[in-house]
Write a protein that binds this ligand. Structure first.
Ligand code: TRP
Ligand code: ZN
Length: 452
């Protein structure tokens, strides 16, 4: 008996439908369900951007080299706003549609599991920030002379098609063309800077793996300073002239801050470092990888904080936004330690003055390890109670073991990821103590803890 052609096709269709399903629209983070995407990992982003600062217009091409983790009849990228003019997958025109923050791509031929494929997205428009659940602006934020670009937690998609969750880390080449007189600053190393026909192109290269939210392409009128530290770290500072005099005494301390942090946390995780000091009313700084971005001249504590994130948050990344205390608690505790070791208040004194706050204070609104939703990830309990958790740990295990724990955490997860459960296990392993009740109390129990 011969099977009619149409039925055969149907059978094949059904058979492949199981394997060649689409990639998920998010990685499954409960705080940001659509952040990132399923079915592939991005190995490298090649972004070519041209930003016309007078019109606030971006013309861009993104080339993503990705590896499928399943057969991909269809897959998503995160992209908010902007107009997509074409998508190619492996040199063949691909079909695409927009669905909110999802750019849904249907390739001519589905990459199979384990296969590397290349996606090219041409896009343009006037990038605008997204508003985070806590009301703050995030992403490409136009300024009077360019743009302040900071993507935590979800703003990467406002300026490039991304697998926008820290679970995916990639290397980057970012090429930004801006009108002469403007400087475009991104992550990693400045490979080249070329001027032609009134435009200057900056080629930046971030070779160590980076989460999309840590990418920047901040544009402004900046004074630039470059040097290499005693440890061989290349420093590139870009400073808005209006912030220069306030920034200078703080930026001068960057090499000694990095040296001090390396002494405590282990070797600095990247080859490049620096600062971008803009003049923009954004209300926060961000630990953009290898080169934090500040919306105004930072104070010393903020410089210490953002650079501590290079170890905790950038090199060791989150797998879930719920674990944000692993970033903010650690960077905040670095500030306390810096003060303690530089003639200021002891960490104990900082802890005590926070602990003195009444049970009704916002500090005790939720436990550090369970912010509850994306609205709370940058709230006081994450930062201050997160740091208090580390101080409690330090008290329980003693200084030598505590600092060994910090170094082991940064060292063993360098360039990768870490979860709270892994941190707890590491702390127990290094100390030989059962620390369950300490972490349960400080990270997971509602209200002001009884014992200090
Ligand atoms: N991670 C930044 C820091 O503490 C802060 C930050 C990033 C932030 N994005 C934000 C704070 C959005 C409030 C709102 O170094
Ligand atoms: Zn921080």
């Amino acid at each position: 008996m011969t099977i009619p052609l149409a039925v055969a096709a149907l059978l094949v269709g059904t058979g492949t439908a199981v394997a060649a399903t689409g990639g998920a629209p998010g990685v499954g983070d409960p705080y940001f369900p659509l952040a990132g995407n399923g079915g592939y990992h991005v190995e490298h982003y090649g972004l070519t951007l041209r930003y016309d600062t007078s019109r606030g217009r971006l013309d861009a091409t993104a080339v993503l080299t990705a590896r499928a983790t399943q057969s991909l009849a269809r897959f998503d990228l995160d992209l908010e706003g902007l107009k997509v003019t074409g998508v190619n997958v492996d040199h063949a025109r691909a079909a695409f549609r927009r669905d909110g923050q999802e750019l849904v791509v249907t390739p001519r031929r589905a990459p199979s599991a384990g296969e590397e494929f290349r996606v090219t997205v041409a896009y343009q428009g006037s990038p605008k920030p997204v508003t985070d659940p806590d009301g703050s602006a995030d992403g490409w934020i136009p300024t009077g002379d360019g743009a302040f670009v900071a993507g935590e937690p979800q703003g990467a998609m406002t300026w490039f098609p991304a697998n926008g969750h820290p679970r995916d880390k990639s290397s980057y080449d970012i090429m930004i063309t801006v009108p002469n007189g403007r400087t475009a600053v991104s992550n990693g190393r400045l490979v080249s800077q070329r001027t032609a026909h009134g435009w200057t192109t900056f080629h930046w290269q971030q070779s160590e793996p980076m989460a999309a939210y840590l990418a920047t392409a901040t544009v402004g009128r900046f004074k630039v300073e470059q040097y290499t530290t005693r440890d061989g770290i290349r420093v590139y500072n870009a400073v808005d002239a209006r912030e220069a005099s306030a920034a200078a005494p703080v930026l001068k301390k960057l090499p000694s801050v990095l040296e001090w942090e390396s002494g405590l946390f282990g070797p600095y995780p990247f080859r490049n470092a620096g600062s971008i000091v803009d003049h923009a009313k954004v209300g926060y700084a961000l630990e953009t990888q290898s080169r934090p971005v500040y919306d105004a001249a930072p104070d010393l504590s903020t410089l210490v904080h953002e650079n501590a994130h290079q170890w905790f948050g950038d090199s060791v990344s989150l797998t879930s936004w719920k674990d944000i205390w692993l970033n903010e608690g650690f960077a905040t505790y670095a500030e306390w330690l810096y003060r303690e070791q530089h003639g200021g208040d002891s960490a104990q004194k900082t802890f005590d003055s926070l602990y003195a706050r009444p049970a009704t204070d916002g500090l005790w609104a939720f436990p550090a390890g369970d912010p509850g939703s994306g609205k709370n990830i940058f709230a006081a309990p994450v930062y201050a109670r997160g740091a208090m958790t580390l101080h409690e740990l330090r008290g329980a295990v003693g200084d030598p073991v505590f600092f060994r724990i910090l170094r082991a955490w940064a060292g063993e997860h360098r360039g990768g990821h870490g979860t709270t459960a892994q941190f707890v296990r590491l702390a127990e392993r290094e100390s030989g103590k059962n620390l369950d009740s300490l972490f349960t109390t400080w990270l997971y129990t509602a209200g002001k803890p009884n014992s200090a």
